[in-house]
Design a protein around this ligand. Structure first.
Ligand code: THU
Length: 160
């Protein structure tokens, strides 16, 4: 029997202004995007902003639907849109923020399991780390790479 341990490093900041450039701006864009979310069912408005290798910033937000599972999370809206428009440009950083009743969450917002899998695959596919910035009013957390969110992702090898 062997044992394996995974360690992740998280940088924590008390204030948005303390984030090294251009991260504070990316968070602000995620916060603005949250304001444009379509979330009449959960009232949880999530925003994501993705910084691409070409300097462009793509934002997305959650889009809900009366047929609940048909909705999509903010992170996936942003990452899929980025992939659809700039398939060969890596995503360098993604910021995520969420608010309920117009108030941003105190604790940093962490992506759901499905979004972690999507962020992981984006990172693998592009071969460049995808930094993840989780915004909370109390603190902001920065993870160096999306893989840190999902140590045991789903992968499969195609039959030869
Ligand atoms: N949501 C996101 O946008 N991102 C996540 O990582 C988790 C949840 C959305 C989905 C749904 O519209 C609302 O938040 C409540 O679950």
């Amino acid at each position: 029997m062997k044992q394996r341990a995974f360690t992740i490093r998280i940088a924590e900041y008390d204030h948005l202004e303390d984030l090294p450039d251009p991260r504070a701006d990316l968070v602000r864009q995620a916060m603005e995007a949250a304001g444009r979310a379509y979330a009449p069912y959960s009232s949880c408005h999530v925003g994501a902003a993705v910084l691409l290798g070409n300097g462009k910033i793509i934002t997305g937000n959650n889009q809900e639907n009366a047929a609940y599972p048909s909705g999509l999370c903010a992170e996936r809206v942003a990452i899929f849109y980025a992939g659809s428009q700039y398939p060969d440009v890596p995503a360098k950083s993604i910021a995520i923020a969420a608010m309920v009743n117009g108030i941003f969450q105190e604790e940093p917002v962490t992506p759901c399991g499905g979004c972690r899998q999507v962020l992981f695959e984006k990172e693998m596919h592009q071969g460049v780390p995808l930094e993840v910035i989780l915004y909370g009013r109390k603190k902001i957390q920065v993870l160096r790479q999306a893989t840190d969110l999902l140590p045991l992702p789903f992968v499969f090898k195609k039959a030869p």
